[in-house]
Design a protein around this ligand. Structure first.
Ligand SMILES: [Fe+2]
Ligand SMILES: [Fe+2]
Length: 282
C-alpha cells in the first residue's frame, strides 16, 4: 500500500518521507564531522564530547562495557582516550552518537537488526581498511552510516517499513523498488540526502548512495564498505533473513590480495571476532 505524504513542510526540497525525522543532535553532527576528517586533534574530540554531559556519560558507559577488561573502571574521558586509544575512542564516539539518535526506535526488531548490520559492516569495513593499508576511521564511519537512509525510514515509519520488509522478503520483491513504491525514495537516496544535509564528507554520501550497485575495484571507501556490507550479510548479520547474500568465498575473491590471504579460510574466526566486538557496542 502506498503511503500518503504528510502535509507539506516548510522545507520544500526535503523528501516527504524524511520530513518526520528528528534532527541529528548537534554534538553527534559535530563529532561525525571531526571523526571523518583527517588529522583531527584528540583534544577537539574530547572537548566536543565534554560539551554534552549526557553524551559523555553514554561514551563512558560504552568504554566500560567495551571488550577490554579493566581492573579499575574508566572514570574520565581523558582516561578513556589514554586506555582505549584515539582510534577506538573516535569509533566509539561516532557509534554512540548514532545510537543516541536511534535509541528510542530500537524497540522495533527490524531497526535493531539494521543497527546490528550497520555495526557489523562498520567493524568489517574497518578491518578491511587496516588490512589494505588504508586509514580505518573514515571507513568505519562510512560503514556505520551506509544504511543510514534505512535507519531514517525505519525510525520515521517503523510499522510501515517493517511490514514492507516482511512482504518483500516473502514474495522476493526488490527492496529498493518496494521502498520507492511506498515512500517515493529508496534507502540509498534517502541516506545520501541525509548525509548531504548533515554536511558529511563526500565519501560517506557516495557510500550511502551507491553501496547496492556493483562493487568498484580497489581500496576506496565505497569498495571497502560495499564488501564489508556483503561480508556482514554472509556472516549472519543481514537485515533480511533471505537477503540475496553473496557466499563468503565469492566476497573473498573480490578482496585485495593481501586481505584475501588473511581471511580466506577463516569465516568462523572472523565471525567470532566480530561478534565479541559487536556485543560491546550494541
Ligand atoms: Fe543498504
Ligand atoms: Fe548493508
Amino acid at each position: 500500500m502506498r503511503m500518503s505524504p504528510p502535509p507539506a513542510t516548510s522545507d520544500r526540497n526535503r523528501p516527504w518521507a524524511l520530513a518526520a525525522l528528528p534532527p541529528l543532535p548537534a554534538v553527534a553532527l559535530r563529532l561525525l564531522e571531526l571523526v571523518s576528517k583527517e588529522g583531527t586533534d584528540l583534544r577537539d574530540i574530547v572537548r566536543m564530547i565534554e560539551s554534552d554531559p549526557a553524551f559523555a556519560v553514554e561514551l563512558l558507559r560504552a568504554a566500560n562495557s567495551a571488550r577490554f577488561s579493566f581492573s579499575e573502571p574508566v572514570a574520565s574521558l581523558h582516561q578513556a582516550t589514554l586506555v582505549l586509544g584515539l582510534d577506538f575512542v573516535k569509533s566509539l564516539a561516532i557509534t554512540v552518537a548514532l545510537r543516541v539518535y536511534v535509541k528510542n526506535a530500537l524497540k522495533a526488531p527490524a531497526l535493531a537488526r539494521c543497527w546490528r548490520h550497520s555495526l557489523a559492516c562498520a567493524l568489517l569495513s574497518e578491518e578491511l581498511a587496516s588490512a589494505s593499508g588504508v586509514k580505518p576511521e573514515p571507513v568505519y564511519a562510512a560503514g556505520l552510516l551506509h544504511d543510514v537512509g534505512r535507519i531514517g525510514l525505519l525510525a520515521a515509519y517503523p510499522n510501515e517499513y517493517s511490514n514492507m520488509l516482511g512482504v518483500s522478503t516473502e514474495f522476493g520483491f526488490d527492496i529498493l523498488c518496494s521502498e520507492q513504491d511506498l515512500f517515493d525514495i529508496d534507502h540509498c537516496q534517502a541516506g545520501a540526502w541525509l548525509a548531504r544535509e548533515w554536511q558529511l564528507p563526500e565519501a560517506i554520501v557516495r557510500t550511502a548512495a551507491c553501496h547496492h550497485q556493483d562493487v568498484p575495484e580497489g581500496t576506496g571507501t565505497l569498495s571497502l564498505v560495499a564488501l564489508g556490507c556483503r561480508l556482514a550479510d554472509s556472516l549472519g548479520y543481514s537485515v533480511l533473513p533471505t537477503h540475496n547474500t553473496w557466499a563468503f568465498e565469492e566476497i573473498c575473491a573480490r578482496l585485495p590480495m593481501r586481505v584475501e590471504e588473511r581471511y580466506h579460510s577463516n569465516p568462523n574466526q572472523l565471525r567470532k571476532r566480530i561478534s565479541s566486538r559487536l556485543e560491546s557496542l550494541m
